[in-house]
Design a protein. Structure first.
Length: 321
């Protein structure tokens, strides 16, 4: 494989001497994982350059290396919002500026010991073969650390109808987007992993569906009263943001850890969110609506859908003090 132009420029800019040697075809980390029947998250390929920018050498394959500092990716911090990435790494003829049109997704932090402790029993239980919906959910988390929410629905086909012998897997990637949705690449990655471990009837018949969520938009209409009239604009902005954050599918909810599929939205929880807004005296009225229809005290969410913020309408009234 020829030396990449980026690596060549890096070496040449530092006046480093090097010799290009061709060797047998190497395997990617994904190919190694597939050959060893291991989750992709457990295999990584790293290229390490030793030296000071001028002098360096290739170490023997069995050499022990003491690493003082190691950096790897950006983790969840790389899931930046749309139009955040605006810097070119190098000059390109005819290109004046760049930006990311969609929010970045897929970045995930290293697995914590607590998360491993929760995942390990499920891995022991399924032993590499998916039989129950719980097995499929556990394997999805093995297939990709970027998946934050997974819900397996047994006996449901690609059209969303009840059909024996099918299974539908709903996944949501980590993202700050108001309604995150997995890319085609992520869905294919998870599907390939599951196909290799599912019963032959499901795999051969292609009866495993990996898809993104159906969001259940909840609208909130409220009349609020600030403590001071001079803070009205600030209170309105704070209340709008608080409600938007509360209804975020991944980072909202009463506990702030996201919404589970099928979890209802209660008017009392929304009232508690507004009561915590700085500068807000009280909420005079609060209403929950779905598709324009008023819901009495609770918005009931279907079991295969997940909450997302709809339209937030606030009417700010004059202070009473």
């Amino acid at each position: 494989m020829p030396l990449s132009e980026r690596l060549r420029s890096f070496l040449d800019s530092r006046h480093a001497e090097y010799t290009l040697t061709k060797h047998a075809n190497a395997f990617t980390a994904r190919e190694v994982a597939a050959a060893e029947h291991l989750p992709p998250r457990e295999v990584a390929k790293t290229v390490v350059i030793f030296g000071d920018g001028t002098n360096g050498r290739t170490l023997p394959q069995d050499a022990a290396v003491l690493i003082k500092e190691f950096r790897s990716g950006g983790g969840s911090g790389g899931n930046v919002a749309a139009r955040t990435i605006t810097q070119l790494l190098g000059a390109l003829t005819g290109v004046q500026s760049v930006f990311n049109p969609r929010p970045a997704e897929g970045g995930a932090d290293s697995e914590t010991l607590g998360a491993f402790a929760r995942r390990a029993p499920a891995a022991v239980r399924h032993a590499g073969r998916a039989l129950t919906t719980g097995d499929y959910e556990a394997m999805v988390r093995e297939a990709s650390t970027a998946v934050t929410v997974v819900k397996a629905l047994g006996n449901r086909n690609a059209a969303g109808r009840q059909m024996p012998g099918w299974i539908t897997i709903i996944i949501i990637p980590e993202s700050q987007d108001p309604r995150p949705y997995p890319t085609r690449g992520m869905r294919d990655e998870v599907l390939s992993y599951l196909m290799a471990r599912a019963p032959a009837g499901l795999a051969i018949g292609e009866r495993i569906v990996v898809t993104g969520p159906t969001y259940f938009a909840v609208d909130v209409t409220a009349s609020i009263v600030p403590i001071r009239d001079s803070d009205a604009a600030q209170v309105e902005a704070g209340a709008t943001q608080a409600l938007t954050d509360f209804l975020h599918p991944l980072h909202g909810g009463p506990s702030g850890s996201g919404w589970e599929c099928g979890r209802n939205v209660y008017l009392s929880d929304v009232a508690a969110v507004l009561e915590a807004v700085d500068g807000l005296d009280f909420a005079e009225t609060i209403q929950l609506l779905v598709d324009g229809d008023l819901r009495d005290g609770v918005a009931v969410v279907p079991p295969d859908q997940i909450v997302a913020a709809g339209t937030i309408r606030l009417n700010v009234k004059g202070a009473r003090r």
